[in-house]
Design a protein around this ligand. Sequence first.
Ligand code: CA
Length: 221
Amino acid sequence: MNLLLVEDDPVLANGLMSALQRANYRVMHQDNGRLADQLLTVQEFDLVILDMGLPDMDGAEVLYRLRQRGSNVPVLVLTARNTLNDRVRGLDFGADDYLAKPFDLPELEARIRALLRRGSSGGSAPLQLGELSLDTTGQRATLRGEPIELLARELSVLKILMLRAGRVVSKELLCEQVSCEGEELSINAVEVYVHRLRKKLEAGGVNIRTLRGLGYMLEMP
Ligand code: CA
């Protein structure tokens, strides 16, 4: 299970990291709201533990943007500000559960287990762009309801482009994210996958635009 912990208090973050790792979760840590938001656009997690008060972008904004992108990853919000207002705001923006600081570790672990159980039974929603749809769990893409034949790495590239549709995705980011067993793809390989993907999508009116020197952008005509 891959968890993302977004918490800017270093003492609390370190304590939580080691406790969660002892409980056999793989945990990534981010202490900045804006960087967490960027990470969440390119990487999938099974659960996000999100502090509300964060530098550069607050937790509520991170959460709002995550839900706007169509993600339904379970989010457990941590807040020092346990006022009714903050709770309502977080829940409005799509938090699945709340924990007010200070809290006990067993309590946190129980909430995480409950959310993961709920999350795994629900499955995640498909990504949708016009008539292009990507089933994130089944790794299956369809265009106008017809399945498209895609290799695993083409699917990975497509997923990253769809998560950031309408925005520029650099080749370097694709190299990093479409790594295979820890090994990054070369720029040449990324170009080949994008080229093949473009051919397979163009019949459905979905275009992968090349922005010279910048990267690619997935767009509808
Ligand atoms: Ca904080």
